[in-house]
Design a protein around this ligand. Sequence first.
Ligand SMILES: Nc1ncnc2c1ncn2[C@@H]1O[C@H](COP(=O)(O)OP(=O)(O)OP(=O)(O)O)[C@@H](O)[C@H]1O
Ligand SMILES: [Mg+2]
Length: 228
Amino acid sequence: MQEKGKLIILEAGDGSGKATQTRLLADRLCAEGRRVRQIEFPDYGSPSSALVRMYLGGDFGARASEVNAYAASAFFAVDRYASFQTKWRTDYEAGFVILADRYTTANMVHQAVKLENTAERDAFLAWIEDFEYGKLALPRPDLVVFLDMEPAVSRRLLAARAAASGAEKDIHERDAGYLERCHAASVALAARLGWQRIACSSAGEPLARELVHEKIYEAVRRVLEGSL
Ligand SMILES: Nc1ncnc2c1ncn2[C@@H]1O[C@H](COP(=O)(O)OP(=O)(O)OP(=O)(O)O)[C@@H](O)[C@H]1O
Ligand SMILES: [Mg+2]
């Protein structure tokens, strides 16, 4: 039987360098001669992200916490389903390395923080796992890299980027404290689910992109070893 590809996820809070690091990693793996496909979620360029865009734009509630975690998760999950079926399934099944900027892991972090108590969160996490990997049959990741940047640092990077682009903040970005809650949830999930945690800042400053890249590459190399 033909071996499937590898699915590698870069997960992190807003503005922690996911896009930057996914690109650096894709370039490096391509240069090594690997077949690589870069994807990102939400898939803003696709109509499948319409409900996600409505949600982030505040159509279902001006605050993220007002919007049902299960409904919001379903929007992101079906966007992934559409992307998988129409864009990268063939490459994945042909053995490509698929590099994803966010995945199911983002629902696990960003929607779970809406639920107050541990029992509710655990039930939600079990549901997400069953819904996306089970019912929707989306591939499970071979590696999840959690880019651990202190929230104060990513907030600064985001502010600099927003000032440069003039883009409006979405309902998650507008919510003070949300970045911190997500960061704490990510740290806990990384330990629980075996995500590879990589420090991206130290003492209030971002680490150099190249340094972070080397650490990610090392983790990825271990997973890809023997697959080329
Ligand atoms: N190590 C770094 N040092 C300094 N600046 C960085 C570093 N990594 C990324 N940046 C800058 O920080 C900003 C956010 O980075 P990037 O867009 O890669 O993050 P992201 O996690 O994809 O963000 P979002 O969640 O908003 O999509 C960008 O302006 C980027 O150039
Ligand atoms: Mg990004």
